[in-house]
Design a protein around this ligand. Sequence first.
Ligand code: HEC
Ligand code: HEC
Length: 159
Amino acid sequence: MRAWIVLAFVSMLTLTASAQPTIPAEPFHDTLRGPTPLYEEAKPPLIAPTENRDVIRSRAYAQQPPTIPHKIDGYQLDRNANRCLACHARSRAEESGAVPIAISHYTDRAGETLGHLSPRRYFCTQCHVPQADIKPLVGNTFTDLADVSLPPAPQPKKK
Ligand code: HEC
Ligand code: HEC
């Protein structure tokens, strides 16, 4: 009986010894921290400039909220005021030259079309975001559906 306990103890020891934490490859590189070791404070990168070309970008897929092609610095957007609507409201579009908000923005969650902006579309930046002129942190191989060409499906073998 005692021999059995000793055996169990020894095998437990070998198990814990083999379960060493894996040390990341050197030099450790994290997309946000860069090669800065975990115990040191990373120097944050400079804030990238917002792309402000005023040219409407194409959308990657139907129903994509269009990205904002202009700066929104200092535009008040809280429960007291919505600066975006000062240009994007239907009544303001002619004067401002902005794209008026889409009809979907007047529809509430029950599918009813309202005479005013639906509350669920009030906080524009929940869905619409400006873009920064930077090199992406991580690679991306996204292909627009229109550009995807699928190889022909494999044919069943003839007997
Ligand atoms: C001073 C007027 C003005 C204000 C304020 C403004 N915009 Fe714009 N916006 C424009 C104009 C004009 C365009 C057309 C492209 C251009 O000139 O930048 C535009 C374009 C856009 C587009 C692209 C539409 C498309 O069809 O691709 C989006 C999205 C947008 N704005 C969102 C916003 C949001 C969100 C806010 C508030 C944070 C905002 N805008 C505030 C004038 C404005
Ligand atoms: C819940 C997400 C959401 C919110 C919040 C939202 N939008 Fe949109 N928006 C969309 C989507 C999705 C589209 C594209 C599909 C469509 O036209 O409905 C769009 C389209 C647009 C367009 C292009 C319209 C066109 O005819 O090309 C403009 C301009 C716009 N939104 C402005 C705004 C503004 C300004 C606000 C804030 C008052 C806002 N949106 C809030 C999702 C949102």
